[in-house]
Structures are given as structure tokens and as C-alpha cells.
Write a protein that binds this ligand. Structure first.
Ligand code: XMP
Length: 510
């Protein structure tokens, strides 16, 4: 489907996914592979170009991640970034050494502008550096094309072989013209033509789904989250009523959310089933206060409900899932500690008999998924929806869950979201929600003593949800929110704002 591909070789740097996203933002498709598997993939795919990422190692260490030097003999352009540049230098006969002064952060950099990499760009700019090693001796045939006060080779090239490298990180926004440099590599060096757009993707994906499904039946567990909503819209466009979406309403959604999901999909041409399972879930959760236990119960009950509904539909040929590219990249590693057992509505392949999986978002980053959603006509409020965890409000009501507590939280959370949207902060704060604590405190309202719950507000800014900072919501906005919640929602008499970043906190409280 993609004639024009760039392979990003992952050496463990922290910005690797960002590099891939920048390539795609420039309308060129790319795939990320760990360095150990990349050479075989490169030979198979025959990409237009290769990008080596940064990484935490030193290229001269014996056990540093390396690639077979064969990669330099394939006639494919290579761009090395940071560690990738040092590896290129070391592999091709240059020398890498520890620098006397390490460079970190914004650095004034001087460029030789006749390099294709810097075509149309100024001779001086700020770049983002993060290194302790440097290229001390260039490999044969290379020339230096940029330098800083402390780094004699900030970029290098071998024009004939089309090898280019930068010591700084062009993918981070602190590097001035960084995106333009990557673009120059893609278009000037690799001669890409820029066919990767979500409009093209939608067309091809719809065709592929039609061919694969034929006249078969497809089932999708629809949560109303961005990913499963986009999958629903896309597949529905491809095969209409051959798709059945099962929306399990577990009663742990936010205020009005179940109805919104139903409204968005019920009349869209697909078959839409809303299962009202609130009572089942609340009965199972009664008396349970341990967070992991709650998550397990919800995950299992979900599968059971889905299974029952699946059986009613009868023979199903395909199960559709909203797996996205970061899940695919990250599942390559897999030995990180389990902090919370995440439950994803999409991940239920074992529960119904089916012939195959349909995962049309498997190669897309989140921003591409949203773009695709708009392309296939999904409502904006669904496209821009903030993430909402599978276990829903069950992990935002601390401790034991009751319908009464859920309703209190729903009302308070609604006011919070309403005021954030009114203040125009709903796109800049990536996730925000209210948490009902188990703590009750004494207050006074009118002339009466109250003894009610403490509500916590949480807002975070993040790009990847792996790390996050607490959002600096202006005091006036917090003031308004606090006033409204106390006045409009019964049983809350105190409000606190969570100022913990992640780590050490997680985004959700449970
Ligand atoms: P934490 O709390 O682990 O959350 O910092 C990171 C992001 O994941 C969301 N989250 C979940 N998403 N199933 C999901 O689909 C889950 O069980 C789950 N738990 C947390 C959380 O809302 C945040 O966006």
C-alpha cells in the first residue's frame, strides 16, 4: 500500500516516536523497528531512506547496540541522529570520543548551507543538543557541515553515498528549522513525493477492508473513545450494515456519555447495540475497594457481556480492534513493571469465534487517528475526546463504589469539564477529571454544619501519557469551578487540586 517508506531504526532514544511522527507529518510513511530486527526489514521493504535514532549508549562501548555494516552497502540514503550519527561515524572508520564539555539544551550552531540537508535555511540557528560523546575524527569521504563552540562536528555528510548525520535532535521543536532539515532529507536526498495523507489512507483502508471482509460479518466493541469510534466510522463506511458495534454501557461513564455515544452511532448505517449493563457491573463491584480488584472485575464482566451479545449475533467472521501504532511499537519491549493492569475495550479476541482480526489503525499515531476520524466524517467532539480509561469512573470513585457516589462524581466532573471548556482550556490540558475521595470533612453552609466528601480535581499536560505535568489552571478558573461545584452538587463541601506530576504520581488516582 505504501510505495514510499522510510525505516526508522530504534536505538533506544527517548524521542524515537517523535522522529517517526515528524516524518509522517511531512507526508512520508515510515515504520519503526528495533536495531536488532531492522536490517532484515530494510532488505525486505527496500525503503527510500533510513533514519538512525539517538540512544543512551556510547558507540565505542563493546556492548553498544550496533547494526551490521551491510546497511551502508545497500545504496539507500541514511540519516544518523545523535547516537545514530556516532554509530555511523564509528562503523565507517571514524572515531568517537568523550567530550571535555558535554552539551545539553539549546546551542548556537553554525551551518554550511550548501548541504542539501540545510537547503533554503539560514547559516546560524539554535539546535537542541544532548550528548557527552562527539565525533572526533570523520570517516573517510565525509565532510563536516555544521559545528558549535564545543562540538567540532555537529553535522556531517558523504554526498555521493547519501549519508547524512546530525549530532543535535532535529525532531524536537527547540531545534530551529529541525523539521525543515528532516524534510530536506526526505525530499532532497531520498526524493520522496509525499503521498502519505489521511485522505489517501482512508481511501485505501476502505478498499482493503471491503476486499478482506467480502460479504462477511464484523463485530467491534465500541467504547466511545477516539480509537474505537474512528474504527467504527471507517469500517462502517466500508461495509455498512455488515458491521455490528456492541457498546457495553457499564454504568461507569461520565454524565450523558452513554447517550452521546448512542446518538453518534445509532443511525449511522451500521448495526448498533447498546447493552445496559449498569446493574450487573455495580452488583459485581459492591463492597470491593481494592483498585486492582475493581479493574479485574470490570475487565472480566466486560468480556462476559460481550461474549453473550456476540453469541446472539451468531457466526462472526472478523473482530475489529482499535490497536494503534504506539501499542505495536511498545509491545516489542514488554518487560516493564505492571503499574496498573490496563483494560482496553478493544482487546477481546478470545471471546467470540472469528476468522480474523481487522485493525485499521495499527500503523497510525494518535494524531493521525484523529485526522482520519475527521476525514471519514466523525463528529468533532468524538475526534477530540480526551482519553477515558476502560474501567471508567470506577477508578475515580476511591474505594467502594455505589451508584450514589458515582452520581455525585458525574455531576461534579460535568461542572469541571464545562468550566474548562468555557475557559478555552480544553485543547491545551490533555486530560482533566474529578476524583471523589473517601475523605469527609467538616464545613459550614448557611448556618449549618456539613460533613461531606472532599472532591479532588486533576488536570495534566502530556504528549504521550507516560509522563505528565500537572496543568497550571489559572486561579480564577479554579475559583469558578470550586464555587459552582459546591453550590450545584450535593454532598461535596471541599475541593482540592492535585499538583502531582507523573512520575511520581500516575494520572488516574487508582
Ligand atoms: P495512568 O493512570 O496509568 O494513566 O498514568 C495513563 C493513561 O491511561 C489511561 N488509563 C487507562 N486507559 N484502560 C485504558 O484504556 C485502563 O485501564 C486505564 N487506566 C488508565 C489514563 O486515563 C491516562 O490517560
Amino acid at each position: 500500500m505504501n510505495q514510499e517508506t522510510i525505516v526508522v531504526v530504534d536505538f533506544g532514544g527517548q524521542y524515537n516516536q517523535l522522529i517517526a511522527r515528524r516524518v509522517r507529518e511531512n507526508n512520508v510513511y515510515c515504520e519503526v523497528y528495533p536495531y536488532s530486527k531492522a536490517l532484515a526489514k530494510i532488505k525486505e521493504i527496500q525503503p527510500r531512506g533510513i533514519i538512525f535514532t539517538g540512544g543512551p549508549n556510547s558507540a565505542y562501548e563493546a556492548n553498544a547496540p550496533k547494526m551490521d555494516a551491510e546497511v551502508f552497502e545497500l545504496g539507500i540514503p541514511v540519516l544518523g541522529l545523535c547516537y545514530g550519527m556516532q554509530l555511523m561515524a564509528q562503523s565507517l572508520g571514524g572515531n568517537v570520543a568523550k567530550a571535555d564539555t558535554k552539551e545539553f539544551g539549546k546551542t548556537q550552531t553554525h551551518f554550511e548551507t550548501d548541504s542539501l540537508l540545510f537547503k533554503g535555511l539560514p547559516k546560524e540557528a539554535i539546535t537542541w543538543m544532548s550528548h557527552v560523546d562527539f565525533v572526533e575524527k570523520l570517516p573517510q569521504g565525509f565532510e563536516k557541515i555544521a559545528y558549535t563552540d564545543n562540538c567540532p562536528v555537529a553535522a556531517m555528510q558523504h554526498v555521493e553515498k547519501k549519508f547524512y548525520a546530525m549530532q543535535y535532535h532535529p525532531e524536537v521543536l527547540h531545534t530551529e528549522n529541525g523539521t525543515a532539515m528532516l524534510r530536506n532529507f526526505l525530499y532532497e536526498v531520498c526524493h520522496c513525493t509525499g503521498q502519505w495523507t489521511m485522505a489517501n489512507y482512508a481511501k485505501t483502508a476502505i478498499e482493503e477492508i471491503r476486499t478482506k471482509v467480502g460479504d462477511g460479518k464484523v463485530v467491534l466493541a465500541l467504547s466511545g473513545g477516539v480509537d474505537s469510534s474512528v474504527v467504527a466510522a471507517l469500517i462502517s463506511k466500508a461495509i455498512g450494515s455488515q458491521l455490528t458495534c456492541i457498546f457495553v454501557d457499564h454504568g461507569l461513564m461520565r454524565k450523558n456519555e452513554g447517550d452521546e455515544v448512542e446518538q453518534a452511532f445509532a443511525n449511522s448505517g451500521m448495526k448498533f447495540i447498546r447493552v445496559d449493563a449498569e446493574k450487573r457491573f455495580l452488583d459485581k463491584l459492591a463492597g470491593v475497594s481494592d483498585p486492582e480488584q475493581k479493574r479485574k472485575i470490570i475487565g472480566e464482566e466486560f468480556i462476559r457481556v460481550f461474549e453473550e451479545e456476540g453469541r446472539k449475533i451468531g457466526a462472526v467472521d472478523f473482530l475489529a480492534q482499535g490497536t494503534i501504532y504506539p501499542d505495536v511499537i511498545e509491545s516489542g519491549e514488554g518487560d516493564a513493571a505492571v503499574i496498573k493492569s490496563h483494560h482496553n475495550v478493544g482487546g477481546l479476541p478470545a471471546v467470540v469465534d472469528f476468522k480474523g482480526l481487522i485493525e485499521p489503525l495499527r500503523n497510525l499515531f494518535k494524531d493521525e487517528v484523529r485526522q482520519l476520524g475527521l476525514e471519514v466524517g466523525l463528529a468533532e467532539y468524538l475526534v477530540w475526546r480526551q482519553p477515558f480509561p476502560g474501567p471508567g469512573l470506577a477508578i475515580r470513585v476511591m474505594g467502594e463504589i455505589t451508584k450514589e457516589k458515582l452520581d455525585i462524581l458525574r455531576d461534579a466532573d460535568y461542572v469541571f469539564r464545562d468550566e474548562i471548556a468555557k475557559a478555552g482550556l480544553d485543547k491545551s490540558i490533555n486530560q482533566y477529571f474529578a476524583v471523589l475521595t473517601t475523605t469527609r470533612t467538616v464545613g459550614v453552609m448557611g448556618d449549618f454544619r456539613t460533613y461531606d466528601y472532599v472532591l479532588a480535581l486533576r488536570g495534566v499536560t502530556t504528549t504521550d501519557f507516560m509522563t505528565a505535568d500537572w496543568a497550571r489552571i489559572p486561579y480564577e478558573v479554579l475559583d469558578k469551578i470550586s464555587g459552582r461545584i459546591i453550590n450545584e452538587v450535593d454532598h461535596i463541601n471541599r475541593i482540592v487540586y492535585d499538583i502531582t506530576s507523573k512520575p511520581p504520581g500516575t494520572i488516574e488516582w487508582e
